[in-house]
Structure formats: C-alpha cells, structure tokens
Design a protein around this ligand. Structure first.
Ligand SMILES: [Fe+2]
Ligand SMILES: [Fe+2]
Length: 317
C-alpha cells in the first residue's frame, strides 16, 4: 500500500474568502493622544504601530509583486493580488494617522519612520545596502524575505485577534476612530492570514529556514515596537523624566502593568502565541477566526462607508 503524503495534499491556497480592498478613510480631527482615556502609556504603545507598519507593508507589496509571476496556482495568485491590495490600504490608513493625527499633535515621528525605512528600503531591499545580488542568490534572497513576511503575518494575525476580542478598550470609551483603524486592520490580517505562509510553501520555503527565521524575527519585532513606543512616549512631559528607552526596565514594567489592566497584550502571552508557528505542522487556517473578522468588517464604520461609496459608484456607472 502506498503511503499518503499529507504535505502534498495541502492545497496551494488555504484562503476561503475573497480578499477585497476596502477603500477606507479615517477622520482624525477629534482623536486625542490619550485615545484610551487616562491611559497615556498604552495609548502611545499602540500608536507606535502607526509608525512601524507603513514602510513594512509597502515593502510587502513590492516583494509580492516580484513573487507574483512565479506563482503557478491560479487561486493562490488571486490571494496574493488581494493581499497586496489589502496591505497597501493598511499602509495608507496608518500613514494618514502619522500625518493627520500624531504629527498634527506635535509628536516627532521622523526618527521611528527613518528606522523602519532603513530596515525595509535598505537592508531588506532587492539590493541590500545598494549591492546587487549575484544571480544565483536572487531566488534564495526572495524566499528568505517571503519567510520573514510569513513570520510577521502570524504575529499580525495574533494581534488582529487580540484587537477584535479586547472589550476593555470599549469599556473605557477609547476613541472610536483609532479603534476602528486597528480592528479593521486586524480583521483583514485574520482574513488573509494564510496567504504569506501559502506563498512561502508554494515557492519552496522549507521548515528549518522558517524556524530559524522566526527565532530571530519575533524578538526583533518586539524590540522595535518597544523602542519606538519608548521614543514617542518620551516626548510626553508626563514621561520625560523617565527618559524611556528599550534597554531600560521602565518601559517593560509599564507594558506588564498595562497588560494586567487588559489595555495591551501581555508580552509573555504574545511570545507564547508565536509558538505554534515553530511547529512543523503549523497551519495558519487553524489560527484566528475568519467569522470573527468578517463579523467586525460588516460593522466597521470605515469599511461600511467604503462599501457604501463603492455601491454608489457601481450604481452610477
Ligand atoms: Fe497589514
Ligand atoms: Fe497582513
């Protein structure tokens, strides 16, 4: 009797919903810096994602456009196209928060944005540090970076589920616009959670490489997040005397304290949530709930406004 190769049975695409771009817009005119009332630390900590994400997500788009011609499975190709459109809109949504909200409230965002741009536009570029890759390395370099995206996308799915399920923010009357931004984004992360992993596997990504890649990337993301949050929180007179920095215990202690109040994910919980990704049997379709994501997208003010405009345009055409 022939043995059945389970890996070969896994379809190239494991996304069962069409990935559509929702052309969202956010009005930042009334969002305060303490968007979770009286919780400045947690507010800054989450606001840092606005500074981390755009450079990375635009880079995802460039990388996926490069990988697209190599995809032979039609359904996966469609997923990758949908993924690119969604990530581009995420980057635009968070960029609007940088310009119209954080910078408009006097927060200096340049240093954190510069760091992310350096990482994604110089280090992780097709030509890292401006050096042309030897031809034999090009595919490997592409695959390594696709593995990196798959690791990040596991984390964004975990964070997306957290944002969809956190009720504490609502109890405390957190700003509805910012909540909608992170929940709309989180919901789409959950919706497209299989694409990066499927693409990595489809183009030949192997288990061992993703294991070592994740072991490096997970602490790096957490470090960058804390470093950036410390930099923007340190600009607030309420925290200036602490001179927050990633290497000082204060920022980490505050993170733990805020997580005990259910304002932020607990750092240890967040690390533990990355463990399934290290398993050889990791399956992103088992992480997160598409139903929960779609339930939110049906009632997200920004997503509803976007589909109303789209419906009007369709009717006028
Ligand atoms: Fe995203
Ligand atoms: Fe994503």
């Amino acid at each position: 009797m022939k043995s059945v190769n389970k890996a070969a049975q896994r379809p190239a695409s494991n996304t069962d919903v069409p990935l559509k771009q929702r052309n969202v817009k956010f009005d930042w005119s009334n969002t305060p810096l303490d968007w979770i009332p009286n919780e400045p630390y947690a507010s800054y900590f989450i606001n840092e994602i606005n500074l981390i994400l755009p450079a990375g997500e635009f880079w995802f788009c460039r990388l996926y456009n490069k990988a697209l011609p190599l995809v032979t499975d039609p359904k996966l190709r469609e997923d990758v196209r949908g993924f690119i459109k969604q990530e581009a809109m995420h980057a635009r949504g968070h960029s609007s928060a940088i310009e119209e909200y954080l910078a408009a409230r006097g927060i200096k965002t340049e240093r954190n944005q510069r760091l992310m741009k350096w990482l994604f536009e110089v280090v992780l570029d097709d030509q890292p540090f401006g050096r042309k890759m030897p031809v034999w390395m090009e595919k490997r370099w592409l695959l390594l970076r696709l593995g990196l995206v798959a690791t990040i996308e596991h984390m964004t799915c975990v964070l997306g589920m957290y944002a969809l399920q956190n009720r504490k923010w609502d109890e405390l009357n957190a700003d509805e616009v910012l909540l909608d931004l992170i929940r709309w984004h989180g919901a789409e992360e959950v919706e497209h959670r299989c694409v990066a992993f499927d693409l990595y596997k489809h183009l030949g990504g192997d288990y061992l490489s993703r294991y070592y890649l994740a072991a490096v990337v997970v602490p790096m993301i957490i470090g960058l997040w804390v470093d950036g949050a410390a930099h923007i929180a340190g600009q607030d007179p309420r925290f200036a005397s602490k001179k927050p920095a990633v290497y000082k215990p204060w920022v980490w202690v505050q993170w733990f304290k805020a997580s005990r109040k259910q304002l932020l994910p607990n750092p240890l919980w967040l690390v533990a949530q990355q463990l399934p990704y290290f398993s050889p049997w990791y399956d992103p379709s088992k992480e997160g709930s598409t139903q929960l994501a779609q339930d939110y997208l049906k009632q997200s003010p920004a997503a509803m406004a976007a589909s109303a405009i789209q419906a009007k345009m369709r009717a006028a055409a």
